[in-house]
Design a protein around this ligand. Sequence first.
Ligand SMILES: *[C@@H]1O[C@H](CO)[C@@H](O)[C@H](O)[C@H]1NC(C)=O
Ligand SMILES: *[C@@H]1O[C@H](CO)[C@@H](O)[C@H](O)[C@H]1NC(C)=O
Ligand SMILES: *[C@@H]1O[C@H](CO)[C@@H](O)[C@H](O)[C@H]1NC(C)=O
Ligand SMILES: *[C@@H]1O[C@H](CO)[C@@H](O)[C@H](O)[C@H]1NC(C)=O
Length: 470
Amino acid sequence: MLRKKIFLFIVAISTLSLLLHQGIHSSWIMEPFYFSCPSLQSHPPPGLKPKHINVAFLKTHKTASSTMQNLLFRFAERNNLTVALPVQSCAHQFCYPHTFTSHFVHPHTLPPNIITSHMRFNKAELQRLMPNNTIYITILREPSAMFESSFTYFYHHCQSFKRVRDGSLETFFTDPWRYYQAKEKDSMYARNTLAFDLGLDKDRSGEDEEYVQASLAEVEKVFSLVMIAEYFDESLVLLRHLLSWDLDDILYFKLNMRKASSKRSLTPGLATKIRSWNSLDARLYDHFNASLWRQISALGLACVAREVQFLRQAQEKLMRSCFDGTVPLLRSASQIKNNNLRPWQPSGKVDIMGYDLPANLSRRYSSQAQELCFKLIMPEVQYTQVLLRSQSIRYRRGHQLRSPQQSHPLPLPIRRTTPRHPQVQQSQLPPAAPGSVSVTGFTNSKQTAAPQDPNVGTETSQTQNAATEK
Ligand SMILES: *[C@@H]1O[C@H](CO)[C@@H](O)[C@H](O)[C@H]1NC(C)=O
Ligand SMILES: *[C@@H]1O[C@H](CO)[C@@H](O)[C@H](O)[C@H]1NC(C)=O
Ligand SMILES: *[C@@H]1O[C@H](CO)[C@@H](O)[C@H](O)[C@H]1NC(C)=O
Ligand SMILES: *[C@@H]1O[C@H](CO)[C@@H](O)[C@H](O)[C@H]1NC(C)=O
Protein backbone atom coordinates (compact mmCIF):
# COMPACT_ATOMS: atom_id res chain seq x y z
CA MET A 1 0.00 0.00 0.00
CA LEU A 2 2.70 2.40 1.01
CA ARG A 3 4.68 1.45 -2.05
CA LYS A 4 1.73 2.16 -4.25
CA LYS A 5 1.28 5.57 -2.66
CA ILE A 6 4.89 6.40 -3.13
CA PHE A 7 4.66 5.25 -6.70
CA LEU A 8 1.59 7.40 -7.38
CA PHE A 9 3.26 10.31 -5.69
CA ILE A 10 6.28 9.95 -7.92
CA VAL A 11 4.09 9.71 -10.99
CA ALA A 12 2.22 12.85 -9.96
CA ILE A 13 5.41 14.77 -9.33
CA SER A 14 6.93 13.63 -12.59
CA THR A 15 3.84 14.62 -14.51
CA LEU A 16 3.74 18.01 -12.85
CA SER A 17 7.38 18.56 -13.52
CA LEU A 18 6.94 17.51 -17.11
CA LEU A 19 4.03 19.89 -17.56
CA LEU A 20 5.94 22.71 -15.96
CA HIS A 21 8.84 22.14 -18.24
CA GLN A 22 6.82 21.65 -21.34
CA GLY A 23 6.26 25.30 -22.10
CA ILE A 24 9.73 26.37 -21.22
CA HIS A 25 12.05 23.54 -21.92
CA SER A 26 12.15 21.20 -24.77
CA SER A 27 11.72 17.96 -22.92
CA TRP A 28 10.01 16.60 -25.98
CA ILE A 29 13.21 17.09 -27.89
CA MET A 30 15.36 15.81 -25.15
CA GLU A 31 13.87 12.37 -24.83
CA PRO A 32 14.60 11.19 -28.34
CA PHE A 33 18.09 12.56 -27.93
CA TYR A 34 18.70 10.24 -25.06
CA PHE A 35 17.67 7.28 -27.09
CA SER A 36 19.11 8.34 -30.38
CA CYS A 37 22.02 6.68 -32.03
CA PRO A 38 22.15 3.51 -29.95
CA SER A 39 25.35 2.47 -31.64
CA LEU A 40 27.08 5.24 -29.77
CA GLN A 41 25.49 4.59 -26.44
CA SER A 42 28.51 3.04 -24.91
CA HIS A 43 29.18 3.31 -21.21
CA PRO A 44 28.72 5.92 -20.02
CA PRO A 45 26.21 7.23 -22.57
CA PRO A 46 27.62 10.11 -24.58
CA GLY A 47 25.31 12.62 -22.93
CA LEU A 48 26.78 11.87 -19.54
CA LYS A 49 30.40 11.96 -20.50
CA PRO A 50 32.09 15.25 -19.73
CA LYS A 51 32.02 17.56 -22.68
CA HIS A 52 35.23 17.73 -24.55
CA ILE A 53 36.45 21.30 -24.25
CA ASN A 54 39.77 21.46 -26.07
CA VAL A 55 39.14 21.98 -29.75
CA ALA A 56 41.21 23.26 -32.65
CA PHE A 57 39.01 24.11 -35.59
CA LEU A 58 40.87 24.89 -38.78
CA LYS A 59 38.71 27.60 -40.32
CA THR A 60 38.96 27.20 -44.06
CA HIS A 61 37.79 29.82 -46.56
CA LYS A 62 34.28 30.04 -48.00
CA THR A 63 33.07 26.89 -46.29
CA ALA A 64 30.46 27.89 -43.67
CA SER A 65 33.37 28.14 -41.29
CA SER A 66 32.23 31.52 -39.91
CA THR A 67 29.09 29.82 -38.72
CA MET A 68 31.25 27.19 -37.01
CA GLN A 69 33.49 29.82 -35.50
CA ASN A 70 30.48 31.62 -34.03
CA LEU A 71 29.27 28.34 -32.54
CA LEU A 72 32.66 27.70 -30.94
CA PHE A 73 32.94 31.26 -29.62
CA ARG A 74 29.56 30.87 -27.93
CA PHE A 75 30.49 27.48 -26.50
CA ALA A 76 33.66 28.98 -25.07
CA GLU A 77 31.81 31.89 -23.49
CA ARG A 78 29.14 29.67 -22.00
CA ASN A 79 31.73 27.44 -20.43
CA ASN A 80 34.21 30.10 -19.43
CA LEU A 81 36.88 28.70 -21.69
CA THR A 82 39.79 30.51 -23.25
CA VAL A 83 39.85 31.08 -26.98
CA ALA A 84 43.24 31.75 -28.55
CA LEU A 85 42.86 35.00 -30.50
CA PRO A 86 45.21 36.82 -32.84
CA VAL A 87 47.47 39.67 -31.71
CA GLN A 88 46.19 43.01 -32.91
CA SER A 89 48.76 43.28 -35.69
CA CYS A 90 47.34 40.11 -37.24
CA ALA A 91 43.85 41.64 -37.40
CA HIS A 92 41.12 39.09 -36.79
CA GLN A 93 43.07 36.24 -38.40
CA PHE A 94 46.35 34.64 -37.39
CA CYS A 95 48.28 36.71 -39.92
CA TYR A 96 46.92 34.59 -42.74
CA PRO A 97 48.34 33.64 -45.25
CA HIS A 98 51.51 33.29 -43.19
CA THR A 99 51.95 29.83 -41.75
CA PHE A 100 50.69 29.79 -38.18
CA THR A 101 53.09 30.31 -35.31
CA SER A 102 52.31 30.84 -31.64
CA HIS A 103 53.73 34.39 -31.90
CA PHE A 104 50.49 35.28 -33.62
CA VAL A 105 48.50 34.48 -30.49
CA HIS A 106 47.55 37.28 -28.12
CA PRO A 107 49.22 36.65 -24.74
CA HIS A 108 45.98 37.43 -22.91
CA THR A 109 44.38 34.43 -24.58
CA LEU A 110 46.78 31.82 -23.22
CA PRO A 111 46.65 28.96 -22.41
CA PRO A 112 43.79 28.27 -24.80
CA ASN A 113 41.08 25.64 -24.87
CA ILE A 114 39.81 26.56 -28.30
CA ILE A 115 41.34 28.00 -31.42
CA THR A 116 39.25 28.79 -34.48
CA SER A 117 40.33 31.95 -36.29
CA HIS A 118 41.65 31.80 -39.84
CA MET A 119 45.17 30.49 -40.14
CA ARG A 120 47.38 28.47 -42.40
CA PHE A 121 47.66 25.19 -40.57
CA ASN A 122 50.87 24.26 -38.83
CA LYS A 123 50.58 21.09 -36.85
CA ALA A 124 53.77 21.37 -34.83
CA GLU A 125 53.05 24.91 -33.62
CA LEU A 126 49.46 24.10 -32.75
CA GLN A 127 50.47 21.03 -30.83
CA ARG A 128 52.89 23.15 -28.83
CA LEU A 129 50.17 25.68 -28.09
CA MET A 130 47.12 23.54 -27.43
CA PRO A 131 46.48 21.03 -24.63
CA ASN A 132 47.58 17.55 -25.63
CA ASN A 133 44.07 16.13 -25.69
CA THR A 134 42.88 18.72 -28.21
CA ILE A 135 40.54 17.41 -30.89
CA TYR A 136 41.26 18.75 -34.37
CA ILE A 137 38.42 19.53 -36.72
CA THR A 138 38.10 21.21 -40.07
CA ILE A 139 35.57 21.71 -42.84
CA LEU A 140 35.69 21.36 -46.63
CA ARG A 141 33.31 22.45 -49.34
CA GLU A 142 32.74 21.21 -52.85
CA PRO A 143 35.54 22.91 -54.83
CA SER A 144 33.53 24.29 -57.76
CA ALA A 145 30.95 25.94 -55.48
CA MET A 146 33.72 27.16 -53.27
CA PHE A 147 35.79 28.61 -56.09
CA GLU A 148 32.80 30.46 -57.49
CA SER A 149 32.30 31.96 -54.05
CA SER A 150 35.99 32.86 -53.71
CA PHE A 151 36.08 34.46 -57.12
CA THR A 152 33.34 36.90 -56.22
CA TYR A 153 34.40 37.42 -52.63
CA PHE A 154 38.09 38.03 -53.29
CA TYR A 155 37.78 39.60 -56.72
CA HIS A 156 39.31 42.88 -55.58
CA HIS A 157 41.91 41.32 -53.30
CA CYS A 158 43.45 38.72 -55.48
CA GLN A 159 45.49 39.83 -58.50
CA SER A 160 44.81 36.56 -60.32
CA PHE A 161 41.13 37.46 -60.33
CA LYS A 162 41.51 41.19 -60.82
CA ARG A 163 43.31 40.64 -64.10
CA VAL A 164 40.11 39.21 -65.49
CA ARG A 165 38.83 42.45 -66.95
CA ASP A 166 35.25 41.43 -67.50
CA GLY A 167 35.10 39.86 -64.05
CA SER A 168 33.72 36.61 -65.36
CA LEU A 169 34.64 33.16 -64.21
CA GLU A 170 34.33 31.87 -67.80
CA THR A 171 37.02 34.26 -68.95
CA PHE A 172 39.34 33.15 -66.17
CA PHE A 173 38.89 29.57 -67.28
CA THR A 174 39.58 30.23 -70.94
CA ASP A 175 43.22 30.32 -69.82
CA PRO A 176 43.79 30.26 -66.05
CA TRP A 177 47.59 30.35 -66.43
CA ARG A 178 47.31 33.72 -68.09
CA TYR A 179 45.76 35.21 -64.95
CA TYR A 180 47.23 33.11 -62.18
CA GLN A 181 50.69 33.64 -60.75
CA ALA A 182 51.64 31.13 -58.11
CA LYS A 183 54.10 33.29 -56.19
CA GLU A 184 51.95 36.36 -56.03
CA LYS A 185 50.41 37.70 -52.85
CA ASP A 186 46.94 36.26 -52.23
CA SER A 187 47.28 33.73 -55.04
CA MET A 188 46.00 31.07 -52.63
CA TYR A 189 42.48 32.34 -53.22
CA ALA A 190 42.82 31.39 -56.86
CA ARG A 191 43.94 27.77 -56.62
CA ASN A 192 43.53 24.90 -54.15
CA THR A 193 42.64 27.20 -51.27
CA LEU A 194 41.58 24.31 -49.05
CA ALA A 195 44.89 22.52 -49.53
CA PHE A 196 46.73 25.77 -48.83
CA ASP A 197 44.77 26.37 -45.61
CA LEU A 198 45.65 22.83 -44.53
CA GLY A 199 49.32 23.73 -44.93
CA LEU A 200 49.73 21.77 -48.17
CA ASP A 201 51.27 22.90 -51.44
CA LYS A 202 48.52 24.50 -53.51
CA ASP A 203 50.53 24.12 -56.69
CA ARG A 204 50.73 20.35 -56.64
CA SER A 205 48.40 18.50 -58.91
CA GLY A 206 45.67 16.15 -57.83
CA GLU A 207 47.25 13.64 -60.20
CA ASP A 208 50.46 13.57 -58.22
CA GLU A 209 49.37 10.35 -56.59
CA GLU A 210 52.19 10.09 -54.10
CA TYR A 211 51.64 13.61 -52.84
CA VAL A 212 47.88 13.16 -52.71
CA GLN A 213 48.09 9.93 -50.72
CA ALA A 214 50.59 11.36 -48.26
CA SER A 215 48.42 14.47 -47.81
CA LEU A 216 45.23 12.50 -47.28
CA ALA A 217 46.96 10.28 -44.75
CA GLU A 218 48.33 13.27 -42.87
CA VAL A 219 45.01 15.13 -42.74
CA GLU A 220 43.28 11.95 -41.65
CA LYS A 221 45.81 11.42 -38.89
CA VAL A 222 45.53 14.93 -37.45
CA PHE A 223 41.83 15.70 -37.82
CA SER A 224 39.30 13.60 -35.95
CA LEU A 225 36.51 15.07 -38.02
CA VAL A 226 36.51 16.72 -41.42
CA MET A 227 33.12 18.37 -41.76
CA ILE A 228 31.53 18.91 -45.16
CA ALA A 229 29.74 22.20 -45.80
CA GLU A 230 27.14 20.61 -48.08
CA TYR A 231 26.14 18.37 -45.17
CA PHE A 232 26.63 20.89 -42.43
CA ASP A 233 23.93 19.67 -40.05
CA GLU A 234 24.94 16.04 -40.43
CA SER A 235 28.52 17.09 -39.75
CA LEU A 236 27.38 18.89 -36.61
CA VAL A 237 25.66 15.78 -35.38
CA LEU A 238 28.91 13.86 -35.79
CA LEU A 239 30.70 16.69 -34.01
CA ARG A 240 28.23 16.55 -31.14
CA HIS A 241 28.87 12.87 -30.69
CA LEU A 242 32.62 13.21 -31.02
CA LEU A 243 32.77 15.91 -28.36
CA SER A 244 29.90 14.65 -26.17
CA TRP A 245 28.16 17.98 -26.57
CA ASP A 246 24.46 18.79 -26.19
CA LEU A 247 22.04 19.90 -28.83
CA ASP A 248 22.30 23.37 -27.31
CA ASP A 249 25.93 23.47 -28.20
CA ILE A 250 25.44 23.00 -31.92
CA LEU A 251 22.67 25.54 -32.55
CA TYR A 252 23.56 28.21 -35.06
CA PHE A 253 22.36 30.87 -37.44
CA LYS A 254 23.87 30.93 -40.86
CA LEU A 255 26.44 33.70 -41.03
CA ASN A 256 28.41 35.51 -43.67
CA MET A 257 26.17 34.66 -46.58
CA ARG A 258 26.01 36.33 -49.90
CA LYS A 259 22.93 38.03 -51.22
CA ALA A 260 21.22 35.69 -53.66
CA SER A 261 21.88 38.11 -56.52
CA SER A 262 25.64 37.83 -56.07
CA LYS A 263 25.54 34.06 -56.42
CA ARG A 264 25.45 32.24 -59.68
CA SER A 265 24.91 28.71 -60.74
CA LEU A 266 27.59 26.91 -62.68
CA THR A 267 27.18 25.02 -65.89
CA PRO A 268 28.43 21.42 -65.66
CA GLY A 269 31.22 22.30 -68.08
CA LEU A 270 32.46 25.17 -65.94
CA ALA A 271 32.19 23.09 -62.76
CA THR A 272 34.42 20.46 -64.36
CA LYS A 273 37.00 23.08 -65.33
CA ILE A 274 37.00 24.46 -61.81
CA ARG A 275 37.50 21.03 -60.31
CA SER A 276 40.38 20.20 -62.59
CA TRP A 277 42.05 23.56 -61.88
CA ASN A 278 41.65 22.83 -58.15
CA SER A 279 42.37 19.14 -58.52
CA LEU A 280 44.15 18.81 -55.20
CA ASP A 281 41.15 20.30 -53.40
CA ALA A 282 38.86 18.03 -55.39
CA ARG A 283 40.80 14.97 -54.25
CA LEU A 284 40.63 16.12 -50.64
CA TYR A 285 36.95 16.86 -50.90
CA ASP A 286 35.97 13.57 -52.49
CA HIS A 287 37.98 11.60 -50.01
CA PHE A 288 36.58 13.33 -46.94
CA ASN A 289 33.04 13.48 -48.25
CA ALA A 290 33.21 9.73 -48.61
CA SER A 291 34.59 9.32 -45.11
CA LEU A 292 31.94 11.65 -43.68
CA TRP A 293 29.24 9.41 -45.13
CA ARG A 294 30.95 6.34 -43.80
CA GLN A 295 30.89 7.92 -40.33
CA ILE A 296 27.23 8.84 -40.75
CA SER A 297 26.40 5.27 -41.73
CA ALA A 298 28.32 3.96 -38.77
CA LEU A 299 26.20 6.11 -36.49
CA GLY A 300 23.06 5.08 -38.33
CA LEU A 301 21.53 7.06 -41.18
CA ALA A 302 18.14 7.19 -39.50
CA CYS A 303 19.58 8.29 -36.22
CA VAL A 304 21.57 11.10 -37.81
CA ALA A 305 18.56 12.18 -39.85
CA ARG A 306 16.48 12.33 -36.67
CA GLU A 307 19.02 14.43 -34.86
CA VAL A 308 19.28 16.75 -37.82
CA GLN A 309 15.54 17.18 -37.68
CA PHE A 310 15.63 18.02 -33.96
CA LEU A 311 18.43 20.45 -34.57
CA ARG A 312 16.42 22.26 -37.23
CA GLN A 313 13.30 22.38 -35.09
CA ALA A 314 15.25 23.77 -32.18
CA GLN A 315 16.83 26.39 -34.42
CA GLU A 316 13.49 27.36 -35.83
CA LYS A 317 12.20 27.99 -32.32
CA LEU A 318 15.22 29.95 -31.24
CA MET A 319 15.05 32.07 -34.35
CA ARG A 320 11.45 32.92 -33.66
CA SER A 321 12.14 33.75 -30.04
CA CYS A 322 14.97 36.02 -30.97
CA PHE A 323 13.05 37.87 -33.64
CA ASP A 324 9.64 38.38 -32.15
CA GLY A 325 7.96 35.33 -33.56
CA THR A 326 9.04 35.96 -37.10
CA VAL A 327 11.89 34.68 -39.15
CA PRO A 328 14.31 37.58 -39.44
CA LEU A 329 14.87 38.99 -42.85
CA LEU A 330 18.41 38.85 -43.99
CA ARG A 331 19.58 42.39 -44.55
CA SER A 332 22.27 44.04 -46.57
CA ALA A 333 24.96 45.62 -44.45
CA SER A 334 23.77 49.13 -45.26
CA GLN A 335 20.36 48.31 -43.85
CA ILE A 336 21.69 47.02 -40.55
CA LYS A 337 21.45 49.75 -37.96
CA ASN A 338 23.58 48.15 -35.29
CA ASN A 339 27.30 48.54 -36.04
CA ASN A 340 28.10 45.43 -34.11
CA LEU A 341 25.99 43.34 -36.42
CA ARG A 342 27.20 44.66 -39.75
CA PRO A 343 29.27 42.05 -41.55
CA TRP A 344 32.52 42.95 -43.24
CA GLN A 345 32.10 43.64 -46.95
CA PRO A 346 34.87 42.35 -49.20
CA SER A 347 34.10 44.39 -52.29
CA GLY A 348 31.44 46.08 -54.32
CA LYS A 349 30.99 42.89 -56.28
CA VAL A 350 29.27 41.00 -53.53
CA ASP A 351 26.82 41.84 -50.80
CA ILE A 352 27.43 39.94 -47.58
CA MET A 353 24.23 39.72 -45.63
CA GLY A 354 23.66 39.96 -41.93
CA TYR A 355 20.81 40.17 -39.47
CA ASP A 356 19.42 42.95 -37.37
CA LEU A 357 17.53 42.74 -34.11
CA PRO A 358 14.01 44.13 -33.90
CA ALA A 359 14.18 47.64 -32.48
CA ASN A 360 11.80 46.88 -29.64
CA LEU A 361 13.51 43.72 -28.46
CA SER A 362 15.05 45.43 -25.46
CA ARG A 363 11.77 46.16 -23.79
CA ARG A 364 10.50 42.63 -23.90
CA TYR A 365 13.44 40.42 -23.13
CA SER A 366 15.97 40.10 -20.38
CA SER A 367 19.44 41.28 -21.14
CA GLN A 368 20.72 37.73 -21.12
CA ALA A 369 18.21 36.54 -23.66
CA GLN A 370 19.16 39.51 -25.80
CA GLU A 371 22.79 38.69 -25.38
CA LEU A 372 22.19 35.23 -26.75
CA CYS A 373 20.32 36.49 -29.82
CA PHE A 374 22.95 39.11 -30.32
CA LYS A 375 25.88 36.70 -30.19
CA LEU A 376 24.20 34.23 -32.52
CA ILE A 377 24.23 36.79 -35.30
CA MET A 378 27.35 38.72 -34.43
CA PRO A 379 29.81 38.71 -37.32
CA GLU A 380 33.30 37.36 -36.90
CA VAL A 381 35.27 40.60 -36.70
CA GLN A 382 33.12 42.15 -33.99
CA TYR A 383 32.82 38.94 -31.99
CA THR A 384 36.59 38.52 -32.05
CA GLN A 385 36.96 42.00 -30.57
CA VAL A 386 34.34 41.38 -27.93
CA LEU A 387 36.02 38.14 -26.89
CA LEU A 388 39.47 39.66 -26.80
CA ARG A 389 38.20 42.42 -24.56
CA SER A 390 36.49 40.08 -22.12
CA GLN A 391 39.40 37.65 -22.03
CA SER A 392 41.89 40.46 -21.49
CA ILE A 393 39.87 41.67 -18.54
CA ARG A 394 39.81 38.15 -17.12
CA TYR A 395 43.51 37.72 -17.76
CA ARG A 396 44.43 40.95 -15.98
CA ARG A 397 42.16 40.16 -13.11
CA GLY A 398 43.69 36.70 -12.82
CA HIS A 399 47.18 38.13 -12.80
CA GLN A 400 46.63 41.09 -10.52
CA LEU A 401 44.44 39.87 -7.75
CA ARG A 402 44.57 36.14 -7.53
CA SER A 403 41.70 35.59 -5.22
CA PRO A 404 40.16 32.14 -5.24
CA GLN A 405 37.05 33.66 -3.69
CA GLN A 406 36.27 35.25 -7.02
CA SER A 407 35.88 32.15 -9.04
CA HIS A 408 32.15 31.92 -8.40
CA PRO A 409 30.83 35.31 -9.35
CA LEU A 410 27.40 33.99 -10.26
CA PRO A 411 25.08 31.76 -8.33
CA LEU A 412 25.08 28.24 -9.67
CA PRO A 413 22.26 27.70 -12.10
CA ILE A 414 19.52 25.52 -10.74
CA ARG A 415 19.81 22.07 -12.16
CA ARG A 416 17.28 20.43 -14.35
CA THR A 417 15.95 17.06 -13.44
CA THR A 418 18.41 15.26 -15.65
CA PRO A 419 21.85 16.74 -15.60
CA ARG A 420 23.53 16.06 -18.88
CA HIS A 421 27.09 16.82 -17.99
CA PRO A 422 27.56 16.86 -14.28
CA GLN A 423 31.29 16.66 -14.61
CA VAL A 424 31.58 19.73 -16.73
CA GLN A 425 29.32 21.76 -14.61
CA GLN A 426 30.41 20.75 -11.22
CA SER A 427 34.07 20.23 -11.35
CA GLN A 428 35.98 21.06 -14.45
CA LEU A 429 34.35 24.33 -15.08
CA PRO A 430 33.17 27.26 -13.10
CA PRO A 431 29.49 28.16 -13.32
CA ALA A 432 28.14 29.71 -16.44
CA ALA A 433 29.75 32.93 -17.45
CA PRO A 434 27.65 36.07 -17.70
CA GLY A 435 25.80 36.17 -20.93
CA SER A 436 25.52 32.44 -21.08
CA VAL A 437 22.08 31.24 -21.85
CA SER A 438 20.96 27.73 -22.37
CA VAL A 439 18.96 27.60 -25.44
CA THR A 440 17.17 24.34 -25.50
CA GLY A 441 17.23 23.82 -21.79
CA PHE A 442 19.36 20.79 -22.38
CA THR A 443 22.07 21.95 -20.13
CA ASN A 444 21.82 24.42 -17.36
CA SER A 445 18.98 26.33 -18.44
CA LYS A 446 16.25 28.78 -18.10
CA GLN A 447 17.35 30.12 -14.80
CA THR A 448 20.30 31.71 -16.44
CA ALA A 449 18.22 33.07 -19.27
CA ALA A 450 15.24 34.22 -17.25
CA PRO A 451 13.46 35.76 -20.20
CA GLN A 452 10.24 37.52 -19.47
CA ASP A 453 8.71 35.85 -22.42
CA PRO A 454 8.67 32.12 -21.79
CA ASN A 455 9.49 31.44 -25.39
CA VAL A 456 12.61 33.44 -25.45
CA GLY A 457 15.93 31.94 -24.83
CA THR A 458 14.40 28.56 -24.91
CA GLU A 459 14.79 27.29 -28.29
CA THR A 460 16.24 27.85 -31.57
CA SER A 461 15.26 28.21 -34.95
CA GLN A 462 15.74 28.26 -38.56
CA THR A 463 14.84 26.22 -41.45
CA GLN A 464 17.77 26.47 -43.73
CA ASN A 465 19.79 23.34 -43.71
CA ALA A 466 23.18 23.59 -45.21
CA ALA A 467 24.93 26.66 -43.95
CA THR A 468 26.69 27.32 -47.15
CA GLU A 469 28.63 30.43 -46.81
CA LYS A 470 28.82 33.16 -49.37
C1 LIG B 1 49.22 15.39 -21.57
O1 LIG B 1 49.71 16.35 -20.67
C2 LIG B 1 49.63 15.99 -19.32
C3 LIG B 1 50.10 17.14 -18.45
O2 LIG B 1 50.39 18.26 -19.18
C4 LIG B 1 50.45 14.74 -19.06
O3 LIG B 1 50.32 14.37 -17.72
C5 LIG B 1 49.94 13.65 -19.96
O4 LIG B 1 50.73 12.50 -19.80
C6 LIG B 1 49.98 14.07 -21.41
N1 LIG B 1 49.36 13.05 -22.22
C7 LIG B 1 49.88 12.65 -23.36
C8 LIG B 1 49.11 11.59 -24.08
O5 LIG B 1 50.90 13.11 -23.80
C1 LIG C 1 29.19 13.04 -51.03
O1 LIG C 1 29.17 11.65 -50.86
C2 LIG C 1 27.89 11.07 -50.97
C3 LIG C 1 27.99 9.60 -50.60
O2 LIG C 1 29.01 8.97 -51.29
C4 LIG C 1 27.39 11.26 -52.39
O3 LIG C 1 26.10 10.72 -52.52
C5 LIG C 1 27.33 12.76 -52.66
O4 LIG C 1 26.96 12.99 -54.00
C6 LIG C 1 28.67 13.41 -52.41
N1 LIG C 1 28.47 14.84 -52.47
C7 LIG C 1 29.14 15.63 -53.29
C8 LIG C 1 28.77 17.05 -53.29
O5 LIG C 1 30.03 15.22 -54.01
C1 LIG D 1 7.81 45.08 -32.04
O1 LIG D 1 8.19 45.01 -33.40
C2 LIG D 1 7.42 44.10 -34.17
C3 LIG D 1 8.00 44.08 -35.56
O2 LIG D 1 9.33 44.41 -35.57
C4 LIG D 1 5.97 44.55 -34.18
O3 LIG D 1 5.21 43.60 -34.91
C5 LIG D 1 5.47 44.63 -32.76
O4 LIG D 1 4.16 45.12 -32.75
C6 LIG D 1 6.37 45.53 -31.94
N1 LIG D 1 5.94 45.52 -30.56
C7 LIG D 1 5.90 46.61 -29.79
C8 LIG D 1 5.44 46.39 -28.41
O5 LIG D 1 6.22 47.70 -30.21
C1 LIG E 1 36.40 31.94 -15.37
O1 LIG E 1 37.47 31.14 -14.95
C2 LIG E 1 38.56 31.84 -14.40
C3 LIG E 1 39.67 30.89 -14.11
O2 LIG E 1 39.21 29.74 -13.49
C4 LIG E 1 38.09 32.60 -13.17
O3 LIG E 1 39.15 33.33 -12.64
C5 LIG E 1 36.98 33.53 -13.58
O4 LIG E 1 36.49 34.20 -12.47
C6 LIG E 1 35.87 32.78 -14.24
N1 LIG E 1 34.91 33.73 -14.73
C7 LIG E 1 33.63 33.52 -14.76
C8 LIG E 1 32.82 34.63 -15.28
O5 LIG E 1 33.13 32.49 -14.39
